[in-house]
Design a protein around this ligand. Sequence first.
Ligand SMILES: [Zn+2]
Length: 328
Amino acid sequence: MKLKWTALMFTALFCTALTGCGASAGALQENADKFNVVCTNFAEYDWARQLTKGLENQFEITYLLENGVDLHNYQPSAADIAKISTCDLLIYVGGESDHWVPDALQSAVNPDMQVIRLLDVVQALEEETVEGMEAEEEEEEESDAPEYDEHVWLSLRNAAQCCSKISEALRTLEKDPTATQKLQLNEESYQEQLTALDSEFLEVSTQTQEKPLIFADRFPFRYFVEDYGYTYYAAFPGCSAETEASFETVAFLAQKADETGVSMIFTIEGGSSAVAEAVRDSTAAKNQHIVSLNSLQSVTSDQISEGATYLSLMTDNLNVLKGDAAAT
Ligand SMILES: [Zn+2]
């Protein structure tokens, strides 16, 4: 019995050694055979997933934040670092919330690893503090280097640029011509969907952009408003951890809501609407709807298994903005 077991083990090891590199060895040893793609946020994860559709047996896509922790609060575990150090493609933003990535890359053991930093792919915009916003406390080590807004994925046009970069990297990994062609077709079809949704946003924004977006919350939508010409007021900058607004901030936002006659006061997903309610209660009209735009910063694996995608969540945002178009 013991002898038989050893022989079996040996056969298994030998097969593994033979088929260890390359993605065509089938189900024998699942993840080791696949190209491993690691993503630090939901948008990157979903883009990689859509771009490799139909090739799930060849690409393993990892979303590090799947338990839904807000990406600003995420700390990589030892297992996450290990995953990063051996992956074939790492996609990260390169901003405030995944600032830990360069350190993690120090321990990378795969010399052929490809790394995509989204802030290098898009036209990066500097962080901005607008009138009425509670500025973030400056960090101790103050440097003169500009700080770029990291929430690049909230622009569909940025998404298009990121996806073409990601698809290009995937095609570099993949050697099989049939699979490469599939990657190409996936990208074309996904780019079409991004363009179609961008056109819809453009149409809605032309009907609604005269009025500012008033955020009684943090404001990660800088790239989004840049695309569609909205102005905005917000309680806190995009990466702020602040949740309680001062009396002055509430009064300022309420005054702007009254002056401009907006029908909605915005929050982002996952937070409390207490500040928004305080703003509404401080207006003269007191009739604004409190609505939430999803900034895709804390999407859970439950939401993913229920079918949430980058496009579905951005379409939900479109419908929220359409509500405004209907109300005015
Ligand atoms: Zn942020």
